[in-house]
Design a protein around this ligand. Structure first.
Ligand SMILES: [Zn+2]
Length: 201
């Protein structure tokens, strides 16, 4: 049994609200395009994406609003119901070394910073890609990357790797550690080390 109580999140500070909210969004998007996706998970994923894109920007400016907290709890739950059956993909896989080696927060920073670029790589191979874009446009955004960058901006989140102590020479080591089994090989398009270097760093 799971008890979802949005009141428990009512004192979450702005940055953590944004970071965890973007993590839930990443769960939904990655579940939607996962190699192991399915019709039911995609339904939950779309519901999650629509809920989060309509709620998170408002919530970041109105942290005390319990109705918005409830909507985010629901959006996060839908994402959980989606990705518990599909697992995540390249973005989560690339995020793990960033968090383990440099303490870059999971979700909002380490995962979602590559969502837009991985979408570029994946988009020809996403089942029902139009539905995915439509879910975003319901929140008056056309571009996933713009949505994420806006959340970073309004919640003062730093998304520059250099500010977390990542040096240019570290990139090969990070790229080599980016291949978690069950995540990277669950991406709809095969990803190589060269692709990660070229598109994400
Ligand atoms: Zn996550």
């Amino acid at each position: 049994m799971a008890i979802i109580d949005p009141e428990l999140t009512s004192h979450l500070p702005q940055k953590l609200t944004a970071i965890t909210g973007l993590d839930a969004l990443s769960h939904a998007i990655e579940s939607y395009w996962a190699r192991s996706t399915n019709d039911i998970s995609r339904l939950f994923a779309i519901q999650s994406i629509e809920t989060i894109v309509n709620t998170l920007p408002n919530l970041i400016k109105n942290l005390d609003n319990l109705e918005l907290r409830k909507q985010m709890a629901l959006g996060s739950l839908y994402a959980g119901l989606a990705f518990s059956n599909t697992r995540t993909t390249a973005c989560h896989s690339i995020s793990y070394p960033l968090t383990i080696m440099y303490n870059i927060p999971h979700g909002g920073v380490a995962v979602s910073m590559t969502l837009g670029k991985i979408l570029e790589i994946n988009k020809e191979n996403i089942v029902g890609v139009d539905e995915l874009f439509k879910a975003f446009s319901k929140g008056n955004v056309n571009d996933i990357d713009d949505f994420i960058k806006n959340i970073f901006r309004i919640s003062n989140i730093n998304d520059k790797l250099g500010n977390y102590g990542v040096e240019k020479d570290d990139i090969p080591k990070i790229v080599s550690s980016s291949f978690t089994k069950g995540r990277m090989d669950n991406n709809p398009v095969p990803i190589t080390k060269k692709t990660i270097r070229r598109y994400t760093y």
